[in-house]
Design a protein around this ligand. Sequence first.
Ligand code: NAX
Length: 325
Amino acid sequence: MKSPVNVAITGAAGQIGYALAFRIASGQMLGADQPVNLHLLEITPALGALQGVLMELNDCAFPTLNKIVATDDAKIAFKDCHAALLVGARPRGPGMERKDLLLANAQIFSVQGKALDEVADRNVRVLVVGNPANTNSLIAQRNAPNLNPRNFTAMVRLDHNRALAQLAEKTAVHSTRIRKTTIWGNHSSTQYPDLHHTLVDGKPALSLVEQSWYADTFIPVVQQRGAAIIKARGQSSAASAASAAIDHVRDWVNGTPEGDWVSMGVPSDGSYGIPEGVIYGYPVTCKNGDYQIVQGLDLNEFSRQRLDATHKELLEERDGVKDLI
Ligand code: NAX
């Protein structure tokens, strides 16, 4: 048996945390031969509920779950952690403006960035799920100057998986037969789900669907899927978000299949004309525990405008928290 790895989950008593912890503990993220120590972080008032999660995790008797730490202290939760899934965030309260929400979360992610910087494993992989995910990831990264900035990522994988599901339904194939789909930019309604390079059973997706379906149905449905789930369920996406977080980390660690790519929010490096300075959804391939942005894709005017619009929103978000980065 391999030696255990330390996986931190913040907001572990919340909706997504509850779905996530059990799947990670049962080996679905890092493998059935990889024991994990779960480090669960919550705010003090949620520690009682977190104890309940801990009791249930123990009651599962998972062969891959080695140890659980449950705490309200980020420095205990992040101590020597190899992966940190930052899910806990402040929800929008009554009368709260978007700007206030951004700032409230910026405080949380600057504190957590500093704690990671101080105590996490030097190669810790960080996935931010809590919204606004891209900007929260940037804040954590900027507050952790001693860690590899490339290791701070944000989740756009749920949007990616939603895009696969929509296209699979439209073309009547299983989603496993779809390759090379991209979510560019922000995990928000400005994200750009791009099918220009997508293949369905090896055929260009855009040769199988009408342009009007792509532009007027597919793109808005993917962009607004979170709101549709809230309307239907009365609560925001949780199990699908947890599943996407597992996909993100698993592929980052274990690699992406040959001939395909996934979407990850990663620090922009100038690729596709997006200047450095934001965490941006890109098509990436993963190998040997690292990711690379897919290069050389053609972008037509339709795509260019959408890449720039979502970048503009990220710059506005960044400006709103500039004192904390
Ligand atoms: P919940 O409100 O159910 O859970 C959040 C948990 O975080 C709560 O238990 C809370 O006590 C805890 N928390 C708050 N501040 C904390 C802190 N400073 N340290 C540790 N824990 C803290 O929300 P849930 O539905 O689980 O969603 C969590 C976050 O994911 C939200 O910000 C949500 O907007 C975001 N989402 C992001 C998605 C993405 O694709 N990137 C999709 C799903 C989801 O909407």
